[in-house]
Design a protein around this ligand. Sequence first.
Ligand SMILES: [Zn+2]
Ligand SMILES: [Zn+2]
Length: 594
Amino acid sequence: MQDPLKSPGNMLTQRKFMPKDGSLTGHELHTEAGKAGPGLKRDTLYFVPLGGLEEVGRNCMFFEYNDEIVIIDMGIQFPEEETPGVDWIIPNTSYLEKKKKNIKGIIITHAHYDHFGALPYVLEKLGNPIIYGSLLIKALLEKKLAEMPNVPKMNFIPIKNHDRVKISQNMTAEFFGVSHTVPDTTGILLETPGGKIAHFADFRLDYEADDKTFDLREFHWLRQQGVDTLLIDSTAAWKDGHSVSENVVIQNLEDLLKKAEGRIILSTFASMITRLAEVITIADRIGRKVAINGRSMKDNLEIAKTLGYLKYRPDAVIPVEEINKYPDNKLLILSTGAMGQDNAGLMRIVTGEHKIIKVKVGDTVIFSSSVIPGSERGIQTLKDNFARQGAIVYTNQELDIHSSGHAPGPDLAIVVETCKPKFVIPIHGLFFMRSANIQNFKKVGFPKENVILADNGQILEMSKEKITITSKTVDSHYVMVDGLGVGDVEAVVIRDRKLLSQEGMVVIIMSINRKDGRLIKNPDIISRGFIYLKDHTPLIEEIRGKLRTIVGQVAHGQKTDPDYLKDLVRNQVGQFLFTKTQRRPMILPVIIEI
Ligand SMILES: [Zn+2]
Ligand SMILES: [Zn+2]
């Protein structure tokens, strides 16, 4: 399991780049089906986490039994969509694509982008299977898909708690409610030939106002069902203490907001729907109008309100254009960009680019805590810049998507003790987060050997008696898609500039024989602001080898389409350089036809 490219501390180097030994493509597995040995055995349940086990985000997993595949979640790496210029990292679905006719359904646990945000990018490739999820997820997806005309109309079946759905011949799901920071978060009890498997989505315990009691009804229900394997959200497993009561959270936020004298600018994630609604209600109560800065936030709130998930007075919210009609102490601005993303709501305010909202001396700026390893510096700079302009800066844990909605270690132990599963597979989080559960569960007498720590891409064999991590894997390498909207030219220019300034560029000049499409000479490779190529001769040779392969793939004596070739070079060399250097220089292919 030791990966030479992995080193702690840096988000980029935590990524796994190299194919693991024994990596299988869907095709190989398919042809091997029915045989023992390198392929999958018949009448055996397999579980494969495709993402979310070595990172926070990109949550995706599937169960496979003969010719039936059930997928749970299809998330992106970032908790928010409004990050122009950033390429999304999505689950690698190459294995599933090859077996798309076996996909019986995709269940989405809740309306956070790290659980459903990748769906629009993979839906067609997976053969447009049935999606099961809450009405909120359906509405958010519809909104997104409306902007993507080339994606087919989805097959969505809305589900409610304790609906029982036969997803495939051998797998039945029953849904149950868990508490999280977005409405209608659903846990899944999947009945399979390999046992009853409970998936808790993202969850925390729902403490009452007294901070001591909480609702364990659904967990008792699970115990009655007899859970064989529990997949448990481990995002906060390494933390001590217990979940904070929602009432306490509201009280804390209210106290914080009441203290502010001037305007309040509060930044959190667009998908923190429950929390956003609470902030609006508090603001209304203390006599502040709320202006929403950020399209995704506005959309999400509108959708949730239309569907009846949220209740606040309509005139509690005003358009951003009207903020100047109100005194500073009667205003609260809710903004996206808490992660310090360039170009998102908060950044535009602090840089003075925002047309209407400018920083004022005496503004109170409240941040959610940092979320993604690697985004801390951007957030620090943002905070500094607000402070320099005379704002008072706060950080608030309760607005943090990854600290407030997830049960910490001791709470996870309570749940395991209540549900009494045979096995636990910690999911959602880096290895250190997941492995903390060994200690957590030891305290309630749960045997260490029944806590299974898998990696992304590993194929696990599951039965009621035993879970084995096989030596087989499927491809789970990072897949990037462009986070830009189609046709957003301004954003493309900004993205390019950013790329150039931060990552440099590589120019690739290829002379191609017009007649047979072959390379005439060794391609020239020039770089600026990337790495000093003269010191990296082996890398140049590897790029050249890559280029020869690309040219060999497209040209078989016929005339080559230069644009197509350029795209191939850009994508494949880009991916290759990223793998090698963890950097994404702009690739400029120049093709000379002679
Ligand atoms: Zn999550
Ligand atoms: Zn979540």
